[in-house]
Design a protein around this ligand. Sequence first.
Ligand code: PLP
Length: 462
Amino acid sequence: MNFDDFEAWSKHFASWAADYHRTLRDKPVRPNLEFGSTLSKLAKSPPTKSEPMDEIFEDFKNIILPGITHWQHPRFFAYFPANAAPASILAEQLVGALASQCMIWQTSPSATELEIRVIEWLKEALGLPDNLQGVIQDSASSATLSAVLTMREQALGFKGNISGLSGYSRLRIYCSDQVHSSVDRAIWVAGIGQDNLIKLPNVGPNHSMDASALKEAIKNDRKKGYIPAGVIGCIGGTSIGACDRLTEILSIAQYENLYSHVDAAWAGSAFICPEFRTLWGGIELADSIVFNPHKWLGAQFDCSIQFLRKPELQLNTLKVQPEYLKTIGHDDAPNFSEWTIPLGRRFRALKIWFLIRAYGLEGLQTMIRNHVFWAEKVCEEVRKTPGLEIITEPALSLFTFAAKSNSKTINLLEKINADGRIYLTQTKIKNRTVIRFTAGTWQMAEADADAAISVIRELHSN
Ligand code: PLP
């Protein structure tokens, strides 16, 4: 395989990919397989001699493809979407061809400068304040870990990285009980410890952190000698789409001099539509915000944006500059690997640039508005279905429902997913198992919402 063969094969793969996407609706969303069914078909040892690409591709189609869950399927209503708009797939092809390492400005000047520009575009698109800067990370988990490390270091006077944590087992971080598990993991990895992540109850229709409980917890912790270090806000929690009342909780964080981070990994994309921005009112008070264009917006995985009000705090936490990574004579240029944990960085800005230019903000807004509207439509039809009950109302395009008992709900979910026409996942609310429905895939049309209603009704009545 050389670059002449490569040209022919990439054309072939491009037409296969276009066809794959055009015919996705005819396939079940998720394979119904037992563990090991792919593994058993794979050669036990690596080949010693080269194999022809047509054989490798045949095996891809016959062995790998049958075990793929089709995340781009228009009737994928599970988890959250991980959209790959066609223009962003094309950008990723170019990124693959360049295979650049974008760790410091010098290692790909255009990548750093495009990253600066697309972050400014996104900031404007989301209606965020001008004074924010930002960086592209691989995932929200990494951005949240970076923010938690910054909370830790700020609370310890930036001495934790130097002296270790043995003298400091009393840091506290506060969030609601609706945050994503990436927050728990960040707390573990940062050496703060699960016991010091204080999860406050959620209240009100948006399942917001109880602000008076936050105030009380900080006050009591200070009395007991703990060191409050940060507050993590949740906008569009994974389970049911919980949204904290940011004005209240971030004002408390500011008053208490605590670093704050807001996880809007999924919901953030919706705020390109001004009418949804009331859900994150007060966001301008946050020190750090994460949202994933790789979820709803259409930038192919992976692509997560972290906005920062005072990037110097994260740089004081993460920046390391060995001699071999200095850019002599260009000290003014940002080196984005100093803002994040991994050194190596993919060229992720390109797909955002392609995405926004190819569809325009208006095109992306229309997609998001449609998803919210169609989720509401499905919700209303489920509400009318005897034996089914809406458990949480739509938060943007996510709502939950259940049958009369947990076993009936699980039974319905299993029937739906074995059927394959749509794909849904579950969560738990106070010991009640509920089914999540979230609309959001790039190719979804209203007919797919209608199909979801018919499948749910048909399999519920069977
Ligand atoms: N935060 C929320 C609200 C999420 O829904 C998810 C994943 O679904 C994450 C964080 C983690 O995202 P990532 O996979 O980018 O780390």
